[in-house]
Design a protein around this ligand. Structure first.
Ligand SMILES: [Zn+2]
Length: 112
């Protein structure tokens, strides 16, 4: 939890801890679970889920957490919103660039 599982090369990223994701085979059967590292990147700002040491093996998108596209993006966003400086950065970014998501953002703010 305290230290990332995978190499991540961005000085602007703040580690938010890990989470577990289920891994399914092609028949949709749960075969295992694995760690994902979660980050808040202050430069964008965005949330990031890193899956391995491979440079491009990550996903990012503030809106993924807002619309709860994957549970781990939502987990990352909720953790970032609990840190006041990140919350202010996220809210001001959403007001300016993602105004159509402000209803969901405000609901998240009230529940965190
Ligand atoms: Zn970053």
């Amino acid at each position: 939890m305290d230290t990332p599982h995978f190499v991540h090369d961005c000085d602007d990223c703040h580690y938010l801890g890990d989470t577990m994701v289920d891994v399914f085979n092609s028949d949709g059967v749960l075969v295992s679970s694995r760690f994902v590292d979660l980050y808040f990147c202050a430069s964008e700002p965005t949330i990031i889920a890193r899956y391995s040491d491979e440079g491009p093996d990550y996903g990012s998108g503030l809106e993924f957490g807002i619309i709860n596209q994957r549970a781990y993006y939502r987990t990352a966003l909720v953790r970032a919103l609990k840190i006041p400086a990140f919350r202010d950065r996220i809210v001001s970014y959403c007001i300016q660039y993602l105004p159509s998501y402000m209803k969901q953002v405000n609901e998240l703010l009230q529940s965190t």
